[in-house]
Ligand binder design. Structure first.
Ligand code: NAI
Ligand code: MG
Length: 398
């Protein structure tokens, strides 16, 4: 079997904690790889003025697969004040290394599965007929376009003359904003390209077909945002008709989807959206299956680069606990997505089964699963530590 090299990017805060635990699990499951460490995060911003050093980009370019923990971002002024004194006033500007990674490698496809674990006390429940309590089984996979839309950074406050003049060529702009002084205008551009929109749609359909989901739901707002959401919806219809006629194509508006979310979440399988609405809908579904401690993700580029990470951040307030308390499942699940990607599906399945057993058993629960506020005392109150949760999972791997 091909022995892989995987770039590990622990980053900051709890990113370091959970990544280590995921590596223990991979090892216990018999997965053999060489790991190379990549520098990323706040420490490198402070020391070098760059949270995503070129040497790290080179490593990812060479090995193509990375497991990422989380990073810390802070507002500009705070970032500047923490910069090494020798670097201050030299024009260094902080920008998020995770956004940087997406852009540098064009990681345009983001996949966020949200599947409930039986017995997870954080699962969504609702009242059904006759006041019965129902716990619908949720199995949604959100495909989020990861590089465009409102997150591309094309934005202005007090836009320059050429931009303002261009807006003045649009009738609606003149009608609605023609009287607004230019210095009072803030504009963020929502840009979709045909190529990237097609790629995220194709990825969604392909996944639906491969894993037997009956439908793909486009979650945008094409009745109002006619150009960008409209592009996605019309391309979706084309792709479905020409390449995936056996898969049902559904259309929900992001606002209505948020309303339906708690009514019939079990009716959704593969969901596809642009960057902004994909971010929203994936967090919303993650909330139904236990939240940040359970939400995993993967990001892919067209040329085979893949980065796997939990969707949570670095949770700095929990980073320095003597006994770490955060839930490692999101990170371990992200590692399983990596195993799927490199065709180690059997190993991934064994790890997932171990997680399932620990959760349904109900004896071992991290603080979030007990609905406790994150404090060191949670351990005395019956929650297990990050390491104990990992140990429990490892002990169940067959
Ligand atoms: P966060 O995700 O780090 O934490 C929010 C809260 O969620 C925590 O206080 C904790 O209560 C809970 N939580 C997160 N992960 C958990 C886990 N594994 N187990 C149990 N509970 C967990 O988001 P926040 O506080 O908004 O941001 C903290 C830092 O992380 C910021 O600097 C932010 O910029 C960064 N961030 C980084 C991301 C990334 O690296 N991909 C994503 C989101 C935020
Ligand atoms: Mg988000």
């Amino acid at each position: 079997m091909l022995r892989r090299t995987i770039v590990t990017l622990p980053g900051d805060g709890i990113g370091r904690i959970v990544l280590n635990q995921a590596l223990r699990v991979l090892d216990a499951a018999g997965f053999k790889a060489d790991y190379v460490h990549g520098d990323i995060g706040w420490e490198f911003w402070c020391r070098e003025g760059n949270p995503l050093p070129q040497r790290t980009l080179d490593l990812i370019k060479e090995h193509k697969i990375a497991l990422f923990g989380a990073i810390t971002s802070k507002p500009n002024e705070e970032a500047k004040s923490e910069l090494d004194p020798s670097l201050r006033g030299k024009g260094f500007a902080y920008s998020s290394p995770i956004v940087g990674l997406r852009q540098k490698f064009n990681l345009d496809i983001c996949v966020r599965p949200c599947r409930s674990y039986k017995g997870n006390p954080l699962n969504f429940i609702r009242r059904g007929k006759g006041n019965a309590i129902e716990e619908p089984f949720i199995d949604a996979v959100i495909f989020r376009q990861n590089t465009e839309c409102l997150y591309s950074g094309v934005e202005w406050t007090n836009p320059p003359k050429q931009v303002y003049d261009a807006f003045l060529t649009h009738k609606k702009f003149v009608e609605n904003f023609g009287e607004v002084p230019v210095e009072e205008l803030s504009i963020s551009a929502r840009i979709f390209t045909r190529k990237a929109t097609e790629r995220i749609l194709m990825a969604a359909f392909k996944h639906a077909k491969k894993y037997g989901y009956p439908s793909v739901t486009v979650c945008e707002k094409p009745n109002v945002i006619r150009e960008t959401s409209g592009l996605m919806w019309s391309l979706a219809k084309e792709i479905q008709k020409n390449s995936y006629p056996e898969i049902k194509l559904l259309n929900t508006n992001i606002d209505a989807q948020m309303m339906w979310l708690t009514k019939n979440p079990e009716d959704y399988g593969v969901i596809v959206a642009g960057n902004m609405f994909g971010d929203i809908v994936s967090d919303a579904f993650a909330g139904l299956i236990g939240g940040l401690g359970f939400a995993c993700s993967a990001q892919f580029s067209a040329d085979g680069i893949a980065v796997f990470e939990p969707t949570h951040g670095s949770a700095p307030k929990y980073a320095d606990y003597k006994v770490p308390i955060v839930n490692p499942v999101a990170m371990i699940e992200s590692a399983c997505m990596m195993l799927d990607f490199i065709n180690e599906k059997e190993t991934a399945a064994r790890i997932r089964k171990a997680i399932e057993e620990v959760i349904s058993d109900g004896k071992v629960r991290t603080y979030d699963m007990m609905k406790l506020t994150g404090k060191p005392e949670v351990i005395e109150n019956g929650a297990v530590s990050t390491v104990e949760m990992t140990n429990a999972i490892i002990s169940r791997i067959r």
